[in-house]
Design a protein around this ligand. Structure first.
Ligand SMILES: Nc1nc2c(c(=O)[nH]1)N[C@@H](CN(C=O)c1ccc(C(=O)N[C@@H](CCC(=O)O)C(=O)O)cc1)CN2
Length: 285
């Protein structure tokens, strides 16, 4: 499954819709990314997000804060963005330095501008099957499965990893689409037995080439969410792609699988947030 190709298709749709909404409302969607410190990967991701946002016709800015910014200062920065009527989407790039409480920061973001879908209110909405803004990586995975017409309903989906960004939300989204879902993690007993029973396997544990062919059922669909760098600087996933690819029905590569979809879904969430905000503003007039 080619995430780069699907990301382009999604972004073309967003670009077209953006132009229509700008024409109709006279306003332009604006995405603001906040990044703390000089983490090279975080800097790269926020720049990629800004570039992609501008390519679809949004306004986008990056607010760079020093690694030693205090939690109070970061919360104040978000408060300002919440109040700025020209900003429709806010994201704080993760991870944050250890002295900052990530949950406090996420909770500070106006839920209507939370284009990462990390706010507890959005997480709650997702868990009871309501439409909110879903976290971008899981939303990208669902988009890929749909694009390649992979049947989800009635299938056994196994998620390896229980993070708030990927594991838990993708489990909820697959459940909403009528999959039977098993979440596994570092303390799971008999993991191999469970993964060998999976029709759809989502691997998100941050362990290079963890998933080998012996853990996969013939004909399964494998989604690799891992982004690991080798010492030589090469990007590799959580799945042993070469070993697994012959055995499966479909598989995502790293790079070029889920990563590009994460950015496309962020743009999609930003456009949804923009439409909601300007529609409310127009009703109030
Ligand atoms: N606030 C957020 N922080 C983080 C998120 C997130 O969704 N919101 N997710 C990850 C990082 N991430 C986006 O922020 C992200 C990761 C990977 C890619 C991507 O396109 N990867 C490419 C390879 C890029 C490379 O060469 O390094 C690929 O897989 O093909 C995009 C976004 C953690 N933080």
């Amino acid at each position: 499954m080619d995430g780069k190709e699907v990301a382009v298709v999604v972004q073309e749709k967003i670009k077209k819709q953006t132009a229509e909404w700008i024409k109709r409302t006279g306003q332009t969607p604006k995405l603001t990314a906040v990044v703390v410190g000089k983490n090279a990967a975080s800097q790269f991701y926020v720049r990629s997000k800004k570039k992609a946002a501008m390519e679809v016709g949004f306004i986008s800015e990056i607010i760079e804060l020093p690694a030693k910014v205090t939690e109070v200062e970061l919360l104040a920065c978000i408060k300002e963005l919440n109040q700025d009527v020209t900003v429709h989407g806010i994201l704080v790039q993760l991870p944050l330095p250890q002295h900052i409480d990530e949950h406090k920061v996420i909770c500070q973001i106006d839920v209507y501008k939370d284009v990462d879908g990390f706010h507890p209110e959005q997480v709650g909405a997702l868990s009871i099957g309501l439409n909110g803004l879903a976290p971008c990586t899981p939303a990208g995975i669902i988009e890929l499965l749909k694009y390649y017409k992979i049947k989800i309903s009635g299938k056994h989906a196994v998620v390896i990893g229980r993070s708030n960004i990927v594991g838990k939300p993708i489990a909820n989204m697959l459940l909403k689409l009528d999959a039977t879902v098993t979440i596994t993690h570092s303390q799971t007993q008999n993991l191999a037995e469970i993964t060998r029973g999976a029709d759809i396997l989502i691997v998100s544990i941050g362990q290079p080439h963890f998933l080998t062919a012996d853990l996969v059922k013939e004909g399964a669909v494998v989604i690799d969410v891992g982004i690991n760098r080798t010492e030589a600087g090469k990007l590799i996933g959580d799945v042993d792609f070469e070993g697994v690819k012959e055995k499966v029905f479909a598989i995502t590569p790293v790079p070029g699988g889920v990563g590009p979809m994460t950015i496309s879904m962020l743009l999609d969430n930003t456009l949804v947030a923009f439409k909601r905000i300007v529609s409310v503003e127009n009703k109030e007039k």
